[in-house]
Structures are given as C-alpha cells and as structure tokens.
Design a protein around this ligand. Structure first.
Ligand code: ADP
Length: 455
C-alpha cells in the first residue's frame, strides 16, 4: 500500500517525537514509523534527566553561576574535544529553551527541588522528570502528538530511503508483518532511529573490543538501521568507534541501574578488596575502565540511608530494587560488617575506607579522589551495597548533520530532503557522552529537524 504525508519521521523515541511535534505545529501532516510494538525507544527506559544551564530549579536552589558557555566547555571536554564545536554550541545555547518547551508546551513535569550533577559536569544542572525516568517524557510527547494529529504507526519498520532522479529523498519503504508499505514525503524524511548498541555485529565492526562479552542497556530496536539506510544513499558517518558503556549496570541482565543514581547524591564505589578506586563523579568511560581494571571486572556501590533519602532512588525505582535484591545483587545491611560479609568484601579494609570518607566529608576535601560533589558521611546505617558491571549504553558515532539537522553526504554536501536527530547522529558527543546530555541533544536537534523540514 501507499500513503502520502508532508513529513515522514523514522523512529518514535524522544528525537522522533520532538521533530514530529515541531513539523505538525508548523501545519504539516506527519507520520511516525516505529518498528517496535510500542513507541519510546531508549528515551523511555532512560533516567530521563536533562541538562539545561541556568534552569529554573538551579535558580530555586540558589545556583546562579552556571552558563551556556560553561556547559559548552564541559560537553566539549567530556568528549575529548571531538564533538563538532558549532553543533555543541547549538546544543548548549538551546538546551534551556528545549527544557522550557518540554515544560510549557509538552507539559512534562520536572522535580522542582532536586537536580543531578552527572559525571563531567562542573555544575548541578540536570533536571529530573517526575518518576525519574523517560516515561514521563514519552507519555507527554505522545499525548501532544495525538492532539496535533500526528499519525503513529507501530510495528512499522523502515527499510529503505526512496530518492528521485535528482537525489532528493522523497519517501520511505517500510514493512509491517511482511507487508510492504510505501510512505511518500512531500517535504522530507527525518531519521531518528537511535543508536546501534544492541547490534553486536555492528559494534564489533567499528570497535572490536565491544563484543558479546558486554551486555547492553539498550532496547532491542537499537540496531543502527538509520545509519545503514542513509549510508546506502551516500550519507557520511563519523566517530563510530566511540561506544560508551554505562558503569553501573545489573551484572545479571545488563540493565542500567537507576537505583544506583544514589551515586549522584554521594554513594561511593569500592572493589572486592574494599577500597575506592576512582572518583565517583568521573566520566562514564573513565569509571567503566576503572571498574574493568579491578579484580573480577566488577565493582560495588555503597551508600547509607541518609544518601538514599536525598534522591529517594529506591522508592522511585522500587521494581528495579526488588529485582536486584531477588537476584542477590543488592543487599540492605544494618552494619558495615553485615554489608561486607554479604559479598565477601574485606571488612577491615572497607571500614578503613569508610572512616576516610567520613573524615573527608567533614573537611569537604576528598584527599584520595577529589570528589567534585563533596563526599557524604557514611557514619550512620543502615547501608546498601550493590554489585555492578559496565554495559554498552550509548553509541556516540553516527550520521553527520549540519546545524540545521540536514544529513551530509560523504562529499560534505546536504542530501536534499533528509534530516537526522538524536542518537543516530555522530557529531555531538565526541568520544564520550556526558550524563544528562542525551535528552538535551535529542530534544534540541529533534526540534530543529522538525522546524527545518517544515520550511
Ligand atoms: P533517540 O534518543 O535518538 O530518540 P531512541 O532510542 O529513544 O533514540 O528512539 C529510537 C526509536 O527508533 C526506537 O523506538 C526504535 O525502535 C526506532 N527504530 C529503530 N530503527 C527503526 C526502523 N528501521 N524503523 C522504524 N523505527 C525504528
């Protein structure tokens, strides 16, 4: 069968929805093609936090010294200066407007009194959606899309980009239950298919180290389809070897641990011997590497009730907590001895480690790893100890876009009618994406793609 719309969006995650909303707001007819039975992608299962310098929660908390410039510097440095400066500039200057758009137009609710300071950021600047996951974002984006009359086709896998004689992209060939469907696009096609973390062959092709010995935090739909489809019409790719592991994941399933977001409130990391080995607010790649260098290639995260009460990560992720306890990967203990014994960690060393942390918490200076958030005292129990491994999380590489989200060819020319946004693009995060930067990226460039295609 065949259908015609002004705009075809491939992928129903955060980037795809943002693009669809902007194009629909501009009066265009829009269809979203989603290959899975439900929309949401990795955006849905993420923590959903979003960096925005100078945001309203910072103001409420008295944080007045953040700026787009500082955020730009953190992001560039966080990716070893391999992000494209003009692209990162757009991100840093528009992240606040993107967050305000989510709040005011899409009606996403963010916590009013709490922010995360993710690894690599020099300020606490990550807004937290209610429920602490991307479910709040996807739920509200989907509602708004329905209000604006966007058509959403699930179980609809895009397979091929269609071009006319001039090379302009004019549609998408897709399939549903073995049936071929052609979607014509009067204005253009937006690729928002996410990354390739679940595609082991593709991971190995670009970085053999990230083989099947790593699990992945990603949804099964994260297989790089958009990259492959665009390459078939001569699109350029970049940065493909840079694949990020998230350091704190369930050793049984590979799933990202959001309970362990207590790390951003002061939880420490220790090894089997009972000592700290890295700054807990370091970049994800640095922490992952440090964990893999420890005995057994795993680590434990350790915190107490006082830290747990700050972010309430257990209450808001109760299902995950119960699952981890059931698997024997997380244990609540009354005493340090009890916690150490559960995982056979050296009790004496762990006690020494904690005494040092308590002393550094008092002076405000972590003499071992210079914890940038300031350590929190672990004097009082009860305690939590959680076993964790790194798992493939975000693929930094992908399609090359310009500042208007046009996809560029291998000759560096705009491919007419083709746009891309979100994890499928490769120009934003360099060697390493900082925490909270995916949502800022996908919403900002998703909106730009949607605005540009409508012009
Ligand atoms: P982003 O954060 O960039 O928005 P997500 O992972 O949240 O990325 O969303 C990408 C979405 O694209 C997922 O829901 C995924 O299932 C979908 N997708 C991936 N490949 C295809 C394809 N070939 N056709 C349709 N949808 C796809």
């Amino acid at each position: 069968s065949e259908q015609t719309n002004d705009v075809v969006v491939i992928g129903g995650g955060g980037a795809g929805f943002s693009a669809a909303l902007e194009a629909a707001e501009a009066g265009k007819s829009v269809v979203i093609l989603e290959k899975m039975p439900t929309v949401g992608g990795n955006t849905l299962i993420s923590g959903g936090e979003m960096n925005a310098p100078n945001n309203w929660v910072q103001q409420a908390l008295g944080i007045t010294d953040d700026s787009a410039e500082l955020y730009y510097q953190d992001t560039m440095k966080g990716g070893d200066n391999l992000g494209q400066p003009e692209i990162v500039k757009i991100l840093s200057e528009n992240a606040l407007a993107s967050a305000e758009w989510l709040r005011d137009e899409v009606k996403v609710e963010f916590l009013s009194d709490h922010l995360f300071q993710f690894g690599g950021h020099s300020r606490k600047r990550a807004l937290i959606p209610v429920g602490h996951t991307g479910a709040e974002l996807i739920k509200k984006l989907k509602t708004k899309a329905e209000v604006l009359g966007v058509t959403i086709k699930t179980n609809m896998k895009a397979e091929k980009l269609l071009t006319d004689d001039s090379g302009k992209v004019v549609g998408v060939e897709a399939s549903t239950n073995g049936q071929k469907v052609t979607f014509h696009a009067n204005k253009g096609v937006i690729i928002a298919t996410g990354g390739f973390g679940s595609n082991i062959e593709m991971r190995k092709k670009y970085n053999p180290a990230l083989d099947e010995s790593y699990m992945s935090t990603d949804t099964p739909g994260t297989t790089g389809d958009g990259i492959i489809m665009a390459q078939a019409i001569n699109a350029d790719i970049t940065n493909m070897e840079n694949i990020q592991t998230y350091p704190i994941c369930d050793p049984v399933t590979g799933v990202i641990s959001l309970v362990a977001d207590s790390r951003f409130d002061g939880a420490i990391l220790i090894n089997q011997g009972g000592t700290r080995f890295v700054e807990e607010l370091e970049r994800r790649d640095v922490i992952s590497k440090a964990i893999l260098a420890q005995e057994g290639r795993y680590a434990y995260q350790f915190w107490n009730q006082e830290i747990a009460d700050i972010g309430k990560t257990i209450e808001v992720h109760q299902d995950e907590y119960d699952q981890l306890v059931k698997e024997g990967m997380l244990y609540k203990a009354d005493t340090i001895e009890d916690a150490a014994n559960f995982f056979k960690v050296d009790v004496k060393t762990l006690k020494e480690t904690i005494s040092k942390v308590n002393a550094y918490a008092k002076t405000g200076k972590d003499l071992d790893y210079n914890h940038r958030g300031g350590l929190v005292s672990l004097e009082k129990g009860p305690y939590y100890i959680q076993k964790a491994v790194p798992s493939v999380h975000h693929t930094m590489g992908g399609l090359v876009i310009d500042t208007k989200a046009h996809v560029l060819s291998t000759e560096g020319k705009v491919i007419p009618g083709l746009y891309a946004a979100g994890e499928v693009t490769g120009v934003v995060h360099g060697t390493n994406r900082l925490g909270g930067n995916a949502i800022s990226d996908i919403i900002t460039f998703g909106r730009i793609a949607g605005q540009e295609v409508a012009k």
